[in-house]
Design a protein around this ligand. Structure first.
Ligand code: FAD
Ligand code: NAD
Length: 477
């Protein structure tokens, strides 16, 4: 047993999107940096068991769906033959390329990478149980620490059954086999994205959601379009339904479902995916040995500079609060490192984009229409239907729309919501518009390329102004 001792300007705990971004930036700014993660290479949930593997599989699902839809315009393919092993290898290869790239970038910057589990000993010292290398332990003395330990799937006791056929997002992404039937518990991001994957691969997917809508948090009209499309590929969607119990049977998992009226029915599924949210990894990092605090949901409490109650310790990414999205972590990483460098940076975005990579995609940013209603803020909504978009028709995808949530007095764009193919790429323009304080006239001004879905921004702005070229809806004079 030997213990290595390091001293460093900045130690970053967690090599996910928030952690590696902070480590790279701190190094680029001349600080000595130590990055600690349990994995052999940086990447975190996002690269190993989140964003990237799920998007690789969603791409495969989209190809399957597009091929099926092509018969509408006279191009027919035979039903797909799915080589699960090959699909899994391809997805894993995408992950390897990305994590190897991060390992190289870590090395190029001269960052000390420690593979092991870190625990705070006190406000200036970290203890690491090493899982690789010649030492079994390391003690890291630091000037500043950044906690970026991420999150893990929530496992409510009512849904726990110790059976390999009950999956979480990590095991569902392993894609061991394609089950005949799958119950997805939770109609949020993960449930809908992974449900989309399995449905495209041939599984009969049933979705159970506790609340009265899929994707709580997204605007009702966006979700309505998505639900219609998911309804066509899923076997069933049960809203306001609770899982009352899971029982292992020889040929599947028996699930008792209780609907809004209290009626209980039992159905058997080959597999069950639990996707009911995530919880922060703030409990196993020794924060109790420091002055940092956690809130009632387990998130580390930070100020606008991502600083905890202990001024030398920062927290960023999923562990520091909602929304648990990689790009929120990227942005917080910059703020924390700039604050460590003495800059007056704060984390105060007007628009953090949310994208659900279903088919169609749903994306939004800034103030939603439903939020405006809930807080009693008067807004005007301009919604351009993609049925009037030439590009959407050439793609055979007219079901979407682009909407602007606008302040009626200043005509400033406060929010953007899009449902439709490619919504995730399109929403970026909305984020820029909101962050730059653009008005609808500003949005109408730039020439969008034709024929593209990006034109729907200009057309939505024109709708607000009562002079939309492709929709006749004159403003009341
Ligand atoms: P994480 O990525 O969770 O990384 C934390 C790291 O800390 C881990 O590597 C962990 O091993 C390490 N760690 C924890 N405790 C310790 C310790 N004590 N010592 C050492 N190391 C420790 N977000 C998006 O923006 N877009 C998407 O498309 C998207 N898709 C997703 C799909 C799925 C299936 C899932 C599960 C999540 C998805 N997310 C997506 C969310 C995204 O993955 C997270 O928001 C993001 O990974 C959070 O980054 P992070 O750096 O805060 O933490
Ligand atoms: P989620 O919060 O998005 O959705 C969980 C859903 O489960 C909610 O709709 C909730 O009402 C429902 N629910 C809760 N308890 C339930 C129960 N007992 N029975 C039935 N339904 C129940 O959580 P998630 O889907 O697990 O994803 C976790 C987080 O990961 C997301 O919030 C997001 O931050 C991140 N993520 C992002 C992306 C992306 O950006 N595309 C993709 C996947 C995950």
């Amino acid at each position: 047993m030997s213990t290595a001792t390091h001293t460093t300007d900045v130690v970053v705990i967690g090599g996910g999107p928030a952690g590696y971004t902070a480590a790279f930036l701190a190094s680029d700014r001349g600080m000595s940096v130590t990055l600690v993660d349990e994995a052999p290479r940086p990447g975190g949930v996002c690269l190993y068991r989140g964003c990237m593997p799920s998007k690789a599989l969603l791409h495969a699902a989209k190809v399957v769906n597009d091929a099926r839809e092509a018969s509408v315009f006279g191009v027919s393919f035979a039903p797909p033959s799915i080589d699960v092993e090959r699909l899994r290898l391809w997805k894993n290869d995408v992950v390897s390329k990305l994590t190897n790239g991060l390992a190289q970038l870590t090395k190029q910057r001269g960052i000390t990478y420690l593979q092991g589990r870190a625990t705070f000993a006190d406000n200036r010292t970290l203890a690491v149980d090493m899982t690789s290398g010649s030492e079994s332990a390391a003690v890291v003395g630091f000037q500043h620490a950044i906690v970026a330990t991420g999150s893990r799937p929530s496992k409510p006791a009512s849904l726990s059954l110790d059976d390999p056929r009950v999956l979480d997002s990590t095991s569902a992404l392993d894609l061991e086999e394609i089950p005949s039937s799958l119950l997805v518990v939770g109609g949020g991001y993960i449930g809908l994205e992974l449900g989309t994957v399995y449905a495209a691969l041939g599984t009969a997917v049933t979705v159970v959601e506790l609340t009265k809508s899929l994707l709580p948090g997204a605007d009702t009209d966006l979700v309505r379009v998505l639900k219609r499309c998911v309804g066509r590929v899923a076997k069933a969607i049960h809203l306001e339904t609770e899982v009352a119990g899971l029982t292992a049977a020889t040929r599947g998992i028996d699930v008792s479902l209780r609907d809004a009226n209290g009626a209980v029915s039992t159905e058997r599924f080959d597999k069950v995916l639990i996707a009911v949210g995530r919880q922060p990894n703030s409990d196993l990092v020794g924060l109790e040995n420091t002055a940092a605090n956690r809130d009632g949901d387990g998130f580390v409490v930070v100020d606008a500079q991502c600083r905890t109650a202990e001024s030398a310790i920062f927290a960023i990414g999923d562990v520091a609060g909602e929304p648990m999205l990689a790009h929120k972590g990227f942005a917080e990483a910059r703020v924390a490192v700039e604050a460590i460098g003495g800059q007056p940076s704060t984390f105060d975005p007007k628009a953090i984009p949310a994208v659900v990579f279903t088919d169609p995609e749903v994306a939004w940013c800034g103030l939603t229409e439903d939020e405006a209603t809930a807080i009693g803020r008067k807004v005007t909504v301009a919604k351009f239907p993609w049925g009037a978009s030439g590009r959407a028709l050439t793609l055979n995808r007219p079901e979407g729309f682009t909407k602007l949530v606008v302040d009626p007095k200043t005509e400033q764009i406060l929010g953007v919501g899009i449902v439709g193919v490619g919504a995730g790429e399109l929403v970026a323009e909305g984020v820029v518009a909101i962050e730059m304080g653009m008005t609808v006239s500003d949005m109408r001004m730039p020439i969008h390329p034709h024929p593209t879905l990006s034109e729907t921004y200009g057309e939505a702005a024109e709708l607000f102004l009562g002079e939309c070229t492709h929709v006749y809806k004159p403003k009341k004079l």
